[in-house]
Write a protein that binds this ligand. Structure first.
Ligand code: PHE
Length: 347
């Protein structure tokens, strides 16, 4: 055969070879076709080996055709390999894609925490009974938290409250144990009376004071070191213990329903005289203590600029978590602060 015929044969390998390379489904398949078309035992290599039997002119013609064919096939291999690599990369990216929008699709709207729900419901009940709402600071002075409430500095009843004091050692002019985290909402009574006297808006005073309170206490099923109280204060002319127990009973029915009732048990608080603990009946017939109450002590009225001969009043303070515990049949009030969604979602 002449060099021209052999060159035609070599060029004829291009069309079929390019088609086979382009049809190879994976890069491994491309490599297999490549070694068939361009490897040692390929027709192309045989043709090259036969060149030595040709005369120089034919050899030149065939050599050029072989070079061209090989170059075309090699370029087709490189193109196909690059094409498949891109496809495989896209497939890998699709497989490893993290759909970060997914959690948005699943998230449910949050809702108000049970303590806040309870706080808001209590405010609603008292506002419905004609009270206004007052608030005060959580960091208090000793005077508001204790002294104005008839608890002078060395009063033994101070030990009823396990108080968390602020370190005031670096505050100029503030003695030790002068600033504290309020142990009850009662200092808001004092602030309210002083304000009313100062701006002439009262008495009469009919106010509730909800808020966060603190005690140096270990959490258990019925106690939390950070908790909430709602305090009620009434100051008017001729207020009696009967008004106090009637108001508590009205509140009990309004908040818990007609089937529950309240009772007062004699007790002691320095800022009320007489004083009582408030218990609320349980469906099983037992009683749960929810707070304290009493007739505002004359010394407290005097500290707030009110004449005890003219004004009298009552106050009570309830634990908001305890009220939530009764109303929702909670077994352990620590569940309110551990952020377990299985618990929180029930309310
Ligand atoms: N401040 C009292 C306490 O936290 C409760 C209370 C309030 C008692 C008002 C009497 C009157 O223990």
């Amino acid at each position: 055969m002449s060099g021209a015929d052999l060159a035609d044969e070599a060029r004829a390998l291009v069309a079929d070879g390019v088609a086979r390379i382009g049809a190879a489904p994976t890069s491994d398949d491309v490599r297999a076709v490549e070694s068939e078309l361009l490897g040692k035992r390929s027709r192309l290599s045989e043709l090259k080996a036969g060149m030595r039997d040709l005369d120089p002119d034919d050899r030149k013609v065939l050599g050029a055709a072989l070079h061209e064919t090989r170059a075309t096939l090699e370029a087709a291999v490189a193109d196909r390999v690059a094409e498949l690599a891109a496809v495989e990369r896209r497939a890998q990216l699709a497989a490893e894609r993290l759909d970060l929008t997914e959690s948005l699709g699943r998230a449910s709207a949050g809702h108000v925490h049970l303590v806040t729900q309870t706080w808001e419901r209590l405010e609603d009940v008292f506002v419905g009974m004609g009270f206004t709402v007052a608030t005060g600071p959580e960091v208090e002075t000793d005077w508001f938290n204790f002294e104005a409430l008839n608890l002078p500095p060395s009063h033994p009843a101070r030990s009823l409250w396990d108080t968390l004091y602020l370190d005031t050692s670096e505050l100029e002019g503030v003695g030790p144990q002068q600033l504290l985290l309020r142990t009850h909402t009662s200092p808001v009574q004092v602030r309210t009376m002083l304000r009313a006297v100062r701006d002439g808006s009262g008495p009469p005073i009919y106010v509730v004071c909800p808020g966060r309170t603190y005690r140096q206490d270990t959490a258990d099923a019925t106690h939390l070191p950070v908790f909430h109280q709602i305090e009620m204060l009434v100051i008017d002319r001729g207020i009696t213990m009967g008004d106090l127990s009637g108001t508590i009973e009205t509140f009990t029915k309004a908040y818990f329903g007609q089937e529950l009732t309240s009772r007062l048990r004699p007790s002691y608080f320095p800022f009320t005289e007489p004083s009582a603990e408030v218990d609320i009946s349980q469906p099983d017939g037992s009683w749960l203590e929810v707070g304290g109450c009493g007739m505002v002590h004359p010394n407290v009225l005097r500290a707030c600029g009110l004449d005890p001969e003219e004004w009298s009043g009552f106050a009570f303070g309830f634990g908001i978590e305890r009220l939530a515990k009764i109303r929702h049949h909670l077994t352990d009030i620590r569940d309110l602060i551990t952020n377990d969604m299985r618990f929180l979602e029930q309310f």
